[in-house]
Design a protein around this ligand. Sequence first.
Ligand code: M6R
Length: 369
Amino acid sequence: EKGGYATFMEKEIHDQPHAVRDTLLGRTDEEGRLTLDELRIPEEKLREIDRITIVACGTAAYAGMVAKYAIERWTRIPVEVSLAHEFRYCDPIVDERTLVVSISQSGETMDTLMAVKHARELGALTISICNTHGSTIPRESDAVLYTHAGPEIAVASTKAFLAQITASYILGLYLAQLRGGTYVDDIKAVLKELAEVPGKIETVLERMGRVKEIAGFMADTRAVLFLGRHVGYPVALEGALKLKELAYIHAEGFAAGELKHGPIALIEPGQPVFVVVPSPSSEHGLHGKVVSNIQEIRARGARTLVIAEDGDEAVVPFSDEVIRVPATAPLLAPLLTVVPLQVFALWLSTAKGLDVDQPRNLAKSVTVE
Ligand code: M6R
């Protein structure tokens, strides 16, 4: 059942190309237009949406943070991400023109369920992005967009995360298509890029030998920092969460731009820092800004573990290790850049002799508030 792997988590990491491919499957017609028949919400209603709130917890909330960048970019609808357990208690601004998108692997997370119920009471339209057929959250929502990651057994979420991001791209592109506007012409180009992602994840997985080796030497590490910017920021948060859950190591994810507003004080000689570098093709010179961050922390003695696109030579002089991922559209990069961080957490946990699939104190789905 573990497909020849020692743990479910390792198997599920290797399932990721399939999880993304299967989640993309059957979403377009012969002309390449997105068809989300399963949504069953009248198109007029979706056209009227003027704000989107994403509610989720943990890893699913990080998928929501990635989704925000993409959906806002493609639809120009303001998107807010609310931790589901905060949502009900912050007097949320929600009405019948608000689309509340919940993201949940299990479909049973109580905090997320209560947020969805509250949103419906306030008159919002609710869509659930969910991996588990027949679970409670989809039943309590107006519509569901299923992710097709297959059952996820390991407590630490991996393939469901990639499938959630994929489904939210689909939702964003579908809304863009429905509403018309400037992005419509580019939808096909994004879909084409997305179709190439599963093969690129395979490539990343083939290269993970060195990450396993690095993790194997780090069993005594006391703290690891993760930096990312734009869509790389939620990836940094997810990398840190994986490490906390699996290796019980203090780990923090930061927005790289925050560095000089405080966290840089944490850098001391030998401190390992993962940096998720935006593609050199990113807008607004983001790539150069993150390269400067790497330079700054390296000058203070950090051990820099850098995740960068193939061919990005600018990072090399400041990196102790460069972990390469294939090039893709900047908004889609999280589907590739998070993989080395998952693999790192898996092997560091293993190096410490811990239970990878069942970390202490955690349950696969949190059905209490
Ligand atoms: O089943 P859900 O997606 O609603 O679960 C949400 C979180 O509890 C979950 O992602 C949790 O953070 C994982 N253990 C992360 O690996």
